[in-house]
Design a protein around this ligand. Structure first.
Ligand code: BES
Ligand code: ZN
Length: 590
């Protein structure tokens, strides 16, 4: 037996599922999906086949000819879910599993009409990364187990299905009052990239290869915010080589979507908190687009190699930003990233193994150890490699890396081997071993200097001595300027200082969610009561964990706001995605 992924029960030596056919019937009345999954093996196999499931009710398992097969569910593991073991007779080529998902399926959020923009139709979406695909489909839920698929989804006739796959026909469903949508995914994907959404969803074309999907109420704003998607796509192809997923469409989600973005192939999911009205948060779209290469073509083998996905993608995101907006923009973005990195590392402890790039996360829940470390330490490491060998050589290296490993899932060791083969001596020169396998931040981390950055941080650092920004000038600051400035201010300010900031710059009324969140964190930690209503409404509208977690932490740790944290959570928990709810529960248990 060889289980190669600490977060999956699957053993690829037993057989490899390389194609699936899915029939999913969405039942909003019961919050369940009735599923029929046909799993096809790369080659006929015999003996046990271990599959991942989480809270699935298994009805039957049959072979290609329709004969019932023996199966058994093991005891549930809190992190991994439940292993489904099927006994395959000699020559088994495929299995068909009839099953039903749980209303508590960890990948799914079922929204009441009131939780959508339109307020009239229910909505359902999935979020499978890191290990939630198993709550929707019984599968080998490891990034090592890539598969192609075809799917049909049946939903109430007034709703539309979108999927991270190529859309096919839509037509009447087999039950009255239903419609059925078919899809095909011809490129192989790891299970965590399986994704769909169901709701009142419309779309608009933005370029030859891109279209935005969202609810009708959000369409115009979304189309405007992300109008430059085609430019980004061209800039990304410049860095990485050709885009291999045919189309780059994206879906602007309801407010409860727990992430900023999710790189579901052919259909990136985005939080509506990016709709700042000034295109200032489009870096998240660039990030998800960059995953089309680093992540979706070259995929981390397991969550221990997650930095290969995120570190390279943040590097690419900033490279695209530099191409479109220049060096200073990149320096500010890198500085914002570094602030986040230091905070994340300090909260683990600088010598914690979770500050390594390659981790050893067996037994831990990926949702619990999720942090900015793989993103921003990974970014600094990739940027260091780039600086050390020079841009031209590094660009050639990246293109070759992508081409060499396309449509495979690789370990950190495979990356290191490739690095040594392609650029001998460089690993030693940058101390790659220390970066990858040791805790903390090595002292050769690149620093991106910028006069603007120094000016802003200088202003903030002088705050306690009475230094204040020139009001008329600061009103002209860019959103990045504001983020840098707010992040460098003391976390807790006297009431009069909060009032001065808010009166002069209208921070509580900010439409840019990054500025707003940074401000609310300071104001909350300062116990500044005039913002409490805004904190309340923000935590009611938004499900993005990047904002929920620090805000709940600040409330919960604030002397006079602990009770308020409990009360706001009680009022909104039902509207948060299961993953977000779990995250906040952990904060308030501590
Ligand atoms: N793939 C991630 C989101 C993710 C990671 C979901 C791990 C579940 C488990 C996505 O690409 C991402 O990194 N999103 C960021 C955006 C960003 C610009 C760093 C986010 O959600 O904030
Ligand atoms: Zn990412």
């Amino acid at each position: 037996m060889s289980r190669r992924d600490p977060h999956s029960f699957s053993d690829l030596d037993q057989g490899r599922v390389t194609n699936m056919d899915l029939d999913l019937n969405v039942n909003f009345a019961t919050s369940r999906i009735e599923g029929k999954a046909t799993l096809k093996l790369a080659a006929p196999a015999a003996g046990p086949l271990d599959l991942d499931t989480r809270d699935l009710e298994i009805k039957s398992v049959a072979d290609t000819a329709g004969n019932d097969l023996k199966w058994e569910l093991a005891e549930k593991d809190e992190v991994l879910g439940t292993c489904l073991r099927v006994e395959m007779p000699d020559g088994t080529a495929s299995l068909t599993i009839d099953y039903v998902t749980s209303p508590e399926a960890s990948a799914l959020q079922w929204l009441e009409p009131a939780q959508t923009d339109g307020g009239k139709h229910p909505y359902l979406f999935s979020q499978c990364q890191a290990i939630h695909a198993r709550s929707v489909i019984p599968c080998q839920d490891s990034p090592l187990a890539r598969f192609t698929f075809t799917a049909r989804m049946t939903v109430p006739e007034d709703l539309t299905v979108v999927m991270a796959a190529a859309p096919g026909q839509a037509g009447e469903g087999s039950q009255p009052g239903t419609r059925s949508f078919s899809f095909e995914m011809p490129q192989s994907i790891p299970p965590y990239l399986f994704a769909f959404a169901v709701g009142n969803i419309v779309s608009e074309d933005l370029g030859p290869r891109s279209r935005v999907y969202t609810e009708p109420e959000t369409l115009e704003k979304s189309a405007w915010e992300f109008a430059d998607v085609d430019k980004m796509l061209l800039a990304a192809e410049d860095v990485f080589g050709p885009y291999l997923w045919d189309r780059f469409d994206f879906l602007v989600m309801p407010g409860s979507f727990p992430y900023g973005g999710m790189e579901n192939p052919r259909l990136t999911f985005l939080t509506p908190t990016l709709l700042a009205g000034d295109r200032s948060l489009v870096n998240v779209l660039a990030h998800e687009l960059a995953h089309s290469w680093t992540g979706n073509l070259v995929t981390n083998a397991t969550m221990d190699d997650f930095w290969l996905n995120e570190g390279f993608t943040v590097w690419a995101e900033r490279r695209i930003l530099e191409n479109l907006d220049g060096k200073e923009a990149k320096a500010l973005a890198a500085a914002i990233g570094r602030n986040g990195l230091m905070e994340a590392m300090e909260s683990f402890g600088m010598d914690s193994p979770f500050t390594q790039l390659e981790t050893d996360s067996k037994g831990s829940d990926p949702d619990e150890f999720y942090s900015l470390v793989p993103y921003e330490k990974g970014y600094l490491f990739v940027a260091l490699l780039e600086q050390t060998v020079g841009r031209d050589q590094f660009d050639a290296f990246i293109k070759k890396y992508i081409k060499h490993f396309s449509f495979t899932s690789i370990t950190t060791a495979q990356f290191e081997e490739f690095l040594n083969a392609e650029m001998p001596g460089i690993a030693g020169k940058v101390r790659a071993d220390q970066w990858i396998h040791q805790a903390g931040l090595p002292d050769n981390a690149p620093v991106f200097a910028s006069e603007r950055l120094e000016m802003l941080e200088g202003l903030a650092k002088g705050w306690s001595d009475g230094t204040r920004p020139e009001v008329d000038q600061a009103k002209e600051w860019s959103p990045e300027d504001w983020q840098i400035f707010l992040q460098a201010l003391p976390r807790s300010l006297p009431e009069a200082d909060c009032a001065w900031l808010d009166d002069n710059f209208g921070l509580t009324g900010q439409g840019n969610s990054e500025i707003l969140c940074n401000w609310l964190l300071i104001a909350t930690a300062s116990g500044y009561e005039p913002v409490f209503d805004r904190v309340r409404s923000f935590l009611g509208d938004v499900g993005r964990m990047k904002y929920l977690k620090p805000l709940y932490t600040a409330l919960y740790e604030g002397g006079k706001t602990k009770e308020m944290a409990r009360e706001i959570f009680a009022a909104n928990a039902g509207g948060y995605h299961p993953i977000a709810r779990g995250g906040i529960e952990r904060i308030m248990a501590g």
